[in-house]
Design a protein around this ligand. Structure first.
Ligand code: TXA
Ligand code: MG
Length: 349
């Protein structure tokens, strides 16, 4: 299959490109498009056969459900049985935006996209390009991150092409995404609501609007015997090919340790990748050092993380060390993804 790649800018959205994307989606095809979090792999969510093609293109296990993306609030009623009051409040403040909510599904939602569950995940993205594509494609677009299952999520159209070229009909290239980690997932079918995946909308931000919000305990303890409530969170995910270790400790001890380990690996003929920041990058004496962002603004680290992990794959490094980051704000999403990418391999120095 020949994958069409077309550029679109957020400021001036090219109508012809959106129209073409919409036609492909309505005919059951697959179109990758940018959202503010990561690139999504879109299909008509109400067409079971179309959505199923998504699983094949990604190599994704069929028990891992998809998020339905909508472009306007009115679209919600058709796919969920009821909208609890707190969900209305959350939607008013955080939609459109990087937040997904879980509801009880109606029968128009195929079980093929919910992994057999009676609940459905819904998100209204903030990206104008995303909403234009959703609208043009009929208003209900399932969109998992547009990566091969297990690889880091794509934050540019080139990342999507690496994984999806020849497997999908079209890629809408809207440049690099703004946030860089996937949406927060909030389960509204339980009382109090529960965060199943941390993202840019933090627990504190949600609690300011609706009071108590809990966090799925399986996300907090690596050795939890309980499976995470979002089926996707149980898979090794966001992962580069090389073994990644996260090094925790005081800043100088971390860089000293990484320098020593780098030397040891290089002496043995292994190529080493290092995830550093603006503040620390000069300290590393050898190795493939990537600066993900600045500690002065954790959002830059979120935006740079997946791209760096992909670059290490391209550079064919054998081992990767990453500094740890603050768990505050979007930092909790960054650390969640980093620890999963590392298979929870943490070194305390
Ligand atoms: O930011 C995002 O949410 C991106 C962009 C493209 O919108 N999408 C995304 O989709 O991250 P995906 O498929 O890569 O991740 C969806 C996550 C999975 O962990 C899945 O298990 C969970 O949502 N999920 C979906 N439906 C669910 C449900 N009914 N109950 C619990 N978890 C659900
Ligand atoms: Mg994903």
């Amino acid at each position: 299959m020949n994958t069409i790649m077309k550029q679109v800018s957020e400021e001036q959205i090219e109508e012809a490109v959106i129209f073409q994307a919409g036609q492909i989606l309505k005919q059951g095809g697959l179109v990758a498009f940018p959202t503010e979090t990561v690139y999504g792999l879109g299909a008509n969510a109400l067409d079971a056969a179309a959505a199923e093609r998504t699983y094949t293109a990604k190599g994704r296990p069929s028990d891992n459900p998809l998020i339905i993306h909508i472009a306007q609030m009115e679209a919600l009623e058709k796919i969920v049985t009821n909208i609890p009051e707190p969900a209305k409040k959350v939607a008013e403040i955080f939609w459109p935006g990087p937040l997904t909510m879980i509801f009880q599904k109606t029968e128009v939602v195929p079980y093929g996209i919910t992994g057999g569950l009676d609940t459905v995940a819904v998100r209204m993205p903030a990206s104008r390009i995303a909403r234009a594509v959703i609208q043009a494609g009929g208003g209900y677009i399932s969109a998992p991150s547009a990566n091969t299952s297990g690889r880091p999520s794509p934050t540019t159209a080139q990342h999507v092409a690496e994984d999806m070229e020849g497997k999908i009909e079209m890629i809408v290239d809207g440049g690099a995404v703004e946030i860089g980690v996937e949406s927060t997932i909030l389960d509204m079918t339980v009382e109090p609501p529960m965060i199943l995946r941390p993202g840019a909308i933090t627990k504190e931000m949600l609690q300011d609007v609706i009071g108590t919000v809990t966090v799925d305990q399986a996300l907090l303890h690596e050795d939890s015997t309980q499976a995470p409530k979002a089926p996707g969170m149980k898979y090794r995910h966001y992962a580069p090919r090389a073994q990644l270790s996260v090094v925790e400790g005081s800043s100088c001890q971390v860089s000293d340790y990484i320098n020593r380990e780098t030397q040891r690996h290089m002496d043995a003929g292994r190529k080493v990748g290092i995830i550093a920041t603006e503040e620390t990058k000069e300290r590393y004496l050898a190795g493939d050092v990537k600066c993900v962002g600045t500690r002065a603004d954790e959002r830059t680290i979120a935006a740079g993380l997946y791209g760096s992990l992909r670059e290490f794959d391209a550079d064919e490094v054998d081992v990767i060390y990453s500094e740890a980051f603050d768990n505050e704000g979007i930092g909790s999403a960054v650390m969640n993804r980093l620890l999963k990418a590392a298979g929870h391999h943490v070194i305390k120095v």
